[in-house]
Design a protein around this ligand. Structure first.
Ligand code: C2O
Ligand code: CU
Length: 512
């Protein structure tokens, strides 16, 4: 049985449809038979141009220097009939409140686990000591509270929190556990940018789910890497009214595996103003931005020339990608609504809407111009490098899962040891199997080069997560400052939580 699971996984990872089809009598096919993709249910039931919309959920906010989070099981009515079992923090039915932090503050987090399962909470993108990081080692047993404290050192930007328990991350993320963190700092606050939360400053977490005929989320880590229905802040077929002015979106790809090639339905230009670790030097105009699981960008879009009452969609333009782009595999929507092969999905290899936008009247104090300069970053360059290392993404061939340097994640194994204050060049080399989304804890880095082409202008800022296409090498440079420990490790991993949970994760120590 294990053997079957492992070989199926290889199929999923590699997305080889021919092999998947040959396995049509396997367990996986039975599971897919249980998958309901019926159109026309409550909530529209389809992402394909439905006219039945639901209002976008805007997560509530928590501010201050002491934060209480409680993760519990709950339910949410996504479809007609039985409500879906979900996880949410602080009574939310999916996802959690947005934490608003100020750079420089020392904060106290109190994270209570009201599940019957152990969890952790990781502060994704934060530069904090490893013991406070919320990785797989900082477990929170059921009915207990974890109380980390740390000083907020990161730049203003969009970050997030989510479970990180090894072999459970996929499951708990799928259930809905996660939340935004917004950091504010004086540089960002001095800019003329939209920042009225929920009005012209919209957090938007994008993730999709597959439903069983029982209406429960389908959570087979071998099969369900791509959902069939897109959720925006946990809302299916979401719509929002936005004022006729510059609007800011804080975008987070929290998919399990799918990359999102984002743009607007009329192909208008929009402006990327941040990467994972804060402001770019200046806005970067684009018509598409590619986001992998774990990545954030803040964008500005100008609705000032749109008529009140007009509408447009934020969409993923995911059709026509080459193999290795996560979400290219599998079939387009079939008339029967069947999700098809193991790694297929109703949304794979298609263009699909994520958020329907209705243009409304401008607000008082509307931002109507695009800022020129944003900040001045001093990035690390190759000239700063004091140590270099190469890390290979290995495995993934038939019969195997992905690994780093042929080592699957092991709690007791330290993959890399780094000297405090080293400026390190990491060359990540991907094998010929599939694309990944690589995330390093502790630091923000600069992408120096990609063997497959240029580093895009919209990914030229501080990053903690990056796309590595199939067969490519990517060079990043980071300085490992402030936090050393000979016992508490930081993680590096693929942020596709199926790959991560099945072994594509490693640990590094930063030592004095
Ligand atoms: Cu967003 Cu190691 O995680
Ligand atoms: Cu991966």
């Amino acid at each position: 049985m294990l053997r079957t699971a492992r070989s199926l996984l290889a199929v999923v990872s590699a997305g080889i449809l021919v092999v998947a089809t040959a396995m049509s009598c396997s367990t996986s096919a039975n599971t897919l038979t249980n998958t309901t993709n019926t159109n026309g249910t409550t909530n529209g039931g389809t992402n394909a141009g439905s006219s039945t919309y639901n209002d976008l959920r805007i997560p509530p906010t928590l501010q201050g220097t002491s934060f209480n989070l409680t993760l519990a099981r709950t339910t949410k009515q996504f479809r007609s009939g039985t409500a879906t079992d979900t996880y949410g923090y602080n009574g939310e039915q999916f996802w959690g409140p947005t934490l608003i932090l100020n750079q420089g503050d020392s904060v106290q987090m109190n994270v209570t686990n009201a599940l019957t399962d152990t969890t952790t909470v990781h502060w994704h993108g934060f530069h904090i000591p490893a013991s406070m990081d919320g990785g797989p080692h900082q477990t929170i047993a059921p009915t207990t509270t974890w109380r980390p404290t740390f000083r907020v050192r990161n730049n203003a930007g969009t970050y997030w929190y989510h479970p990180h328990l090894h072999t459970k991350t996929y499951d708990q993320l799928t259930m809905g556990a996660g939340g935004f963190i917004i950091i504010k700092d004086p540089i960002e606050s001095a800019l003329q940018l939209p920042r009225t939360y929920g009005t012209d400053d919209i957090p938007l977490v994008m993730t999709s789910r597959r439903f069983l005929s029982s209406n429960q989320f389908s959570k087979n880590i071998v099969i369900d890497n791509y959902g069939d229905y897109m959720l925006a802040n946990g809302t299916m077929n979401a719509q929002v009214s936005l004022p006729k002015q510059f609007v800011r979106f804080r975008l987070l790809n929290a998919e399990i595996e799918r990359a999102l090639n984002l743009g607007f339905s009329d192909n208008r230009t929009f402006y990327v103003i941040t990467n994972d670790g804060g402001l770019l030097d200046a806005p970067v105009g684009v018509t598409r931005v590619r986001m992998l699981p774990g990545e954030r960008v803040e964008i500005l879009v100008n609705l000032g020339s749109d008529a009140v009452g007009a509408s447009l969609d934020l969409k993923a333009f995911n059709s026509g990608q080459t193999f290795g782009f996560p979400g290219n595999e599998g079939n387009p929507v079939t008339p029967s609504g069947n999700a098809g092969p193991i790694n297929g999905s109703l949304l794979n290899n298609t263009d699909f809407p994520i958020l329907h936008i209705n243009v409304a009247a401008a607000t008082t104090g509307a931002i109507t111009t695009l800022p020129g300069a944003l900040t001045t970053n001093r990035y690390w360059t190759l000239a700063d490098v004091t140590n270099s290392r190469t890390i290979n993404i290995t495995g993934g061939q038939a019969g195997g899962n992905f690994s780093f340097d042929n080592v699957f994640f092991d709690h007791g194994y330290i993959n890399q040891t780094i000297k405090l204050n080293a400026v390190e060049k990491w060359t990540i080399v991907n094998n010929q199997i599939f694309g990944h989304s690589i995330h390093l804890h502790d630091i923000q880095f600069k992408i120096i080069s990609r063997s497959g082409g240029p580093v895009e202008a919209y990914e030229s800022g501080w990053k903690d997560t990056f796309y590595i296409p199939k067969g490519e090498s990517v060079v990043v440079v980071a300085k490992f400052t402030d936090f050393a420990s000979s016992t508490d490790a930081f993680m590096f991993h693929c942020h596709m939580s199926n790959h991560e949970d099945l072994g594509l994760m490693g640990q590094f120590l930063v030592v004095p």
